[in-house]
Write a protein that binds this ligand. Sequence first.
Ligand SMILES: Cc1ncc(COP(=O)(O)O)c(C=O)c1O
Length: 445
Amino acid sequence: MKSSSSSSRGDRRLSILSGHLAPRTIDKEGSGIFCSPTSAADSVFANVLRAPEDPILGVTIAYNKDPSPVKLNLGVGAYRTEEGKPLVLNVVRQAEKLLVNDRSRVKEYLPIVGLADFNKLSAKLILGADSPAILGNLVTTVQCLSGTGSLRVGAEFLARHYYQRTIYIPNPTWGNHGKIFTLAGLTVKTYRYYDPVTRGLNIQGLLEDLGSAPSGAIVLLHACAHNPTGVDPTLEQWEQIRRLIRSKSLLPFFDSAYQGFASGSLDEDARSVRMFVADGGECFIAQSYAKNMGLYGERVGALSIVCRTADVASRVESQLKLVIRPMYSNPPIHGASIVSTILKDRNLYQEWTLELKAMADRIITMRKQLFDALRARETPGDWSHIIKQIGMFTFTGLNTKQVTFMTREYHIYMTSDGRISMAGLSSRTIPHLADAIHAAVTTIV
Ligand SMILES: Cc1ncc(COP(=O)(O)O)c(C=O)c1O
C-alpha cells in the first residue's frame, strides 16, 4: 500500500501566511510557490507556473485540435448516441417543459441543504423505498454539486468531525478521488483492486490491504461500474468486503456515479450499498445524476450519511450546513427540480427507467461488437475482459506506447492508461477502433 502526498490544512495556511518569503515547496501541479514581485512592473502572479491539463479533460482538448475526419474521442465519460451525439433524455425534456410552464415556480435561493423533495427521493433511489434506515430517520441527505461536490462535502465533513484521517481508495481509481480527499485534509492511501494479469478483481490483495488498515479508516468504494477498470466485485465478494469492513470498524464511503448505468437496473446497481445499510452500520454515499439522467452540466448530486440514530443524523446535518455555507452557500435549483419532477411522477419515472436501460444496453452491445471485431481480426490476446467488464469504461490493457500509437496513427483519443469509454463508440466507429487496436498490439509490444 502506498501513501500519496497529503498536505494538511495546517500546512496550507502556513504557506499562505508566509506568502512574502522565498519560494516554498512546489507540488507537481505548481501550487505552493509564493514570491513578492521584484519590480513594480512585475505581475504579482509572475511566478505562477503553467499547470498541466487534467489527464481526462486534456484528452478532449487534444481531440478538438485534431482536424482528422476519422478522429474518435474515447477519453471522456459521457454518453453518445449511435450517431455520436450527446443525448438529452426525453423525460428530461418533458420535466423541463413542466417546470417552464409552471408559473408558480420562482428562482429564489434553495436552503443550504438543497431541495427537500430531491433529497428525500435521492435517498429512496439509492437505499430503496422501504429502507428501514429511511423509515427510522437515520439518513441525512444534502443536495450537492453532482458526484464530485458530494464527495467533497463528505470529505470536508470527515476532516472536521471524524477521528480517523486516513482514507483508502482503490488502485486504480477515478483520477479526481485522490485530489478531492487530499485537499480536504485527509491522508490518502490505496488498496489493491485490479489484477492486470487476470484483468479482473484482486480480491485477495483488496482483503489483505483493508485487513491491515487501521481501525476506523475510511474506505472509498465504487458502488458499481468501477471507473476506470469496469471490474466490480461479485455479490459474494461484496459480502466478504462488508464483513471485513464491519469487523474492523472501517467507515465505507460509496461513490455511486453510475446507478442504473451498469446493469440497466437501478435496484441491481444499488445492491452493494444496500448490503452495507442493511447491517445497521454507518456509511457515506455520494450520488451523481450526471450519467444516469444525462444531466452532466446541471451538476446534480446528493450526499447521504447513514447514521445509527435519528438524533445523530440530525446533528450531522446541522454540521453539514456549516461545511456547505462558506463553500457555495446553497446549491442550484434547476437540475434538482428536473430530478425531483421525474422521480415523483410514476409515468416519468417509468419512462426514465426505459431510457436508462436503453443506454446501458447500447453500451453492452458495443462491448460485444468490439469483442467480435477483434476476434474476426484474430488480434493477439484474450479480449474477453471487454465483455466481462461493466459500465461506461473498458480497461483495455493497452500500454501507454500503444495508446500514443493509436492516437498518432488512427486519431483515436483515450487516457494514457488504456481506458476507453464504451459510450463513445458506435457500430460505425468500431471497425476503425478494432483496426487501431490490432495494429497497436501487433506493432508495439
Ligand atoms: C467514479 C466517479 N465518481 C464521480 C464522478 C463525478 O462525476 P460528476 O461530478 O460529474 O457527477 C465520476 C465522473 O466521471 C466518476 O467516474
